[in-house]
Design a protein around this ligand. Structure first.
Ligand code: HEC
Ligand code: HEC
Length: 510
C-alpha cells in the first residue's frame, strides 16, 4: 500500500501555509486550530482520524459510521428514518414532532386548516418529505413525468461594480433572475400559473474501461418550457439539483472548521492537483461569515439555514428566518403577489412560526446514519484499499471526531465516517453547471458525503447519483468525475475488473 501512503500526509499539518489561505478567503477568520481539545485529546483525535494503512482487517469502530449516534436498525427501506441513538427520551419526542412537520402537506391559503396554509403561491413541492422521500434522495423525472424531487436554481453573475463588491463582501452569492427569482417553481396555487417546466435531454456517450467493459454515460442538457411570465434573462444560468439524503446532518454541523480547513492545506501540500477550498457564506440569521457546509455548492452554513431556505424557496412558506410569505415571487410576478398568504396574526408573524422551524431543524439534525454492513468482508477490504490507492480518500475524507463542546451533547466528540472534506472542487467541464454561487465557481461542487450510499436503492428505490441524478449507478457516478478528480477517475477506469468491482462493493457497504 505504498501508493496509498504517498498522498496521505498527516492532516492538520502546515499551519503556516494555512494563514494565507484564511486571509485570502475574505474578512472571516476561520479558526485554523481546534479550540475545544486539550493537547492530550488533540493527540488522540489525530491518532484515530489518521488514514487507514492496514487493509487486512477493519479499523476500530469502522462500522459505526455515525459514531455513538449510529442506528443499528435493520437496513430496510426505513434505514434513513431513525433518530440518533444518543437522543434522550425527551429529545426523541421532539424528533417525532419534527418528523410530523417534515411530512406535513401544506395547503394554499386561505384554508380552514389555518395552521397548515400558506403554500406558495409558487412552489416545487408541498412537504419536505415529497422531495426527501423516506429521508433519502430524490431522482430526476423519468419519461414525461414532472420533476418532483428536483428543480433548477436560477442565477446570473454580477454585472456592475457594485454587484461584484456585494459578492466579494459575501452579501450576495449571485443574482436572481429578474422575473423568475432564485429557482424555477413548476407548481402554483389554484388561480396562478406555474413559472414553467424543466426539460432534460440526454445524449449517450460510451466509455471503455480497462479489460474492455463498456459503460454508457448519459449527458444531460437542461432547458425550460412553458415560461409563463416572459423570457428568462439571457445571463440567467440553470443549475439542476436533486434532493440529497438527510442522514447525519447534525454530525456534519459538529465537525470543527479547523479540521475541514486542514484538508485544504493537506491537498495543496500533496501537490497532486487536488485543491479544495472552503466556501465562506453568511449565515442568514446572524449575518456572520462562516464556513458553508450544506447544499451542493456548500452555500448554506447550517441545517437551520438550509431548512428555512427550503421552506421559502421550495414551498413558499415563511419562517422567522425568511419572513416573506410570498417566497420566491418577484416584483415582476404581480399575479403572484396578489394572491392570499397564510399569515394569521393570531398564530404568529409567519406562516410557519417557531417552533415549526426549530422542530424541523432538530429533526433534520438527528436522522441517524445507518450502521455499515460487511466491514470485515475480504472483498470490501480489497475495495477499500483500491478506494485509497485511487486517491478517492483525498476528497472523500473518511473520518472526523466532532467537537467536544457542541450545543447538542448528543452529537459531541463522536468518531464519524462521512467520507467528505466538505470543500469545493473543480470537477471539470462534464459536471459544470456554469453557475457561480458565492465562492463556488460554475465548475465547482462540494464533495458529497458517501455514508449510507450503499442503501440508496433500499431506501429510495433507485440508484441515481450526482447533483442532477444523471448517473444511473455508482460506476457512472465515478466516471463523471473530472477536473481535480480526473486522476482518481482514471485510476478507477484503469483497475482490473475484479478490483473495480471490489471498489463498488466497498461503496455499497457504506
Ligand atoms: C422541491 C424539493 C425539495 C423540498 C420540498 C425540500 N428539499 Fe431539502 N433539498 C432539496 C435539494 C435539491 C437540495 C440540495 C440543494 C442545493 O444544493 O441547492 C436539498 C438540500 C437539503 C439539505 C442539505 C443536504 C446536504 O447534504 O447538504 C437539508 C438539510 C434539507 N434539504 C432539508 C430540507 C427541509 C427541512 C425541507 C422542508 C422544510 C426540505 N429540505 C424541503 C430539495 C428539496
Ligand atoms: C477532487 C475531489 C474528488 C475526488 C478525488 C473524488 N471525488 Fe467523488 N465526488 C466529488 C464531488 C465534488 C462529488 C459531487 C459531484 C456532483 O454531484 O456533481 C463527488 C461525488 C461522488 C459520488 C456520488 C455521490 C452522490 O451522493 O451522488 C460517488 C459515488 C463518488 N464521488 C465516488 C468517488 C470515488 C470512488 C472516487 C475515487 C475513484 C472519487 N469519488 C474521487 C469529489 C471527489
Amino acid at each position: 500500500m505504498t501508493k496509498a501512503r504517498a498522498f496521505l500526509l498527516p492532516a492538520l499539518s502546515g499551519l503556516i501555509t494555512l494563514l494565507p489561505l484564511v486571509a485570502a478567503s475574505g474578512d472571516a477568520l476561520l479558526r485554523a486550530t481546534r479550540s475545544d481539545l486539550s493537547p492530550a485529546d488533540m493527540a488522540r483525535v489525530e491518532a484515530v482520524t489518521r488514514p487507514a494503512t492496514d487493509f487486512a482487517k477493519a479499523e476500530a469502530y469502522e462500522a459505526m459510521s455515525g459514531g455513538g449516534a449510529t442506528s443499528d436498525a435493520r437496513p430496510d427501506q426505513d434505514a434513513f428514518s431513525h433518530p440518533s441513538s444518543t437522543l434522550s427520551f425527551e429529545d426523541q419526542e421532539r424528533f417525532h414532532l419534527g418528523n410530523a412537520l417534515f411530512g406535513k402537506l401544506w395547503v394554499a391559503a386561505p384554508s380552514s386548516t389555518q395552521a397548515s396554509d400558506g403554500l406558495g403561491p409558487l412552489y416545487n413541492a408541498r412537504s419536505c418529505m415529497s422531495c426527501h422521500g423516506r429521508d433519502g434522495r430524490g431522482s430526476p423525472p423519468e419519461g414525461k413525468a414532472d420533476a418532483v424531487s428536483m428543480f433548477l436554481r436560477l442565477a446570473r453573475p454580477a454585472r456592475t461594480e457594485a454587484e461584484r463588491e456585494a459578492v466579494s463582501r459575501h452579501e450576495a452569492l449571485n443574482f436572481p433572475d429578474s422575473i423568475y427569482g432564485e429557482q424555477l417553481q413548476d407548481l402554483a396555487v389554484p388561480g396562478l400559473k406555474a413559472e414553467g417546466h424543466m426539460q432534460i435531454r440526454y445524449e449517450e456517450q460510451v466509455v471503455t474501461l480497462a479489460g474492455g467493459e463498456q459503460v454508457t454515460l448519459r449527458k444531460p442538457s437542461y432547458s425550460v418550457s412553458d415560461l409563463a411570465y416572459g423570457p428568462l434573462d439571457p445571463d440567467t444560468t440553470l443549475s439542476p439539483r436533486v434532493a440529497p439524503p438527510m442522514i447525519g446532518m447534525g454530525l456534519i454541523e459538529a465537525i470543527d472548521e479547523a479540521d475541514i480547513l486542514g484538508h485544504a492545506v493537506r491537498q495543496k501540500a500533496e501537490g497532486q492537483g487536488i485543491n479544495g477550498h472552503p466556501a465562506l457564506v453568511r449565515d442568514h440569521r446572524t449575518g456572520q461569515l462562516t464556513l458553508g457546509r450544506f447544499g451542493f455548492k456548500a452555500q448554506n452554513a447550517s441545517v437551520r439555514d438550509q431548512s428555512a431556505g427550503a421552506f421559502s424557496g421550495d414551498m413558499g412558506i415563511s419562517t422567522p428566518d425568511r419572513p416573506n410569505p410570498y417566497g420566491d415571487c418577484t416584483a415582476a410576478e404581480a399575479a403572484c403577489l396578489a394572491m392570499a398568504n397564510g399569515v394569521q396574526q393570531r398564530l404568529g408573524d409567519t406562516e410557519a412560526p417557531d417552533p415549526v422551524l426549530d422542530l424541523v431543524t432538530f429533526y433534520s439534525q438527528h436522522l441517524a446514519v445507518p450502521v455499515r454492513r460487511k466491514v470485515d468482508d475480504p472483498v470490501v477490504l480489497k475495495g477499500k484499499a483500491a478506494f485509497y490507492a485511487a486517491g478517492c480518500a483525498s476528497c472523500h475524507v473518511p473520518k472526523y471526531v466532532t467537537r467536544r463542546d457542541t450545543p447538542d451533547p448528543a452529537l459531541a466528540f463522536q468518531l464519524i465516517w462521512p467520507y467528505s472534506d466538505f470543500l469545493l472542487h473543480d470537477m471539470g467541464e462534464g459536471l459544470a453547471d456554469g453557475q457561480a454561487v458565492g465562492e463556488a465557481s460554475g465548475r465547482e461542487w462540494r464533495t458529497s458525503p458517501l455514508w449510507g450510499i450503499g442503501l440508496t436503492r433500499t431506501v429510495s428505490g433507485h440508484s441515481f447519483f450526482l447533483h442532477d441524478g444523471r448517473a444511473r449507478n455508482l460506476t457512472e457516478a465515478i466516471l463523471w468525475h473530472g477536473g481535480e478528480a480526473e486522476k482518481a477517475r482514471n485510476a478507477f477506469a484503469a483497475l482490473g475488473p475484479q478490483d473495480r468491482a471490489a471498489l463498488i462493493t466497498f461503496l455499497e457497504s457504506l
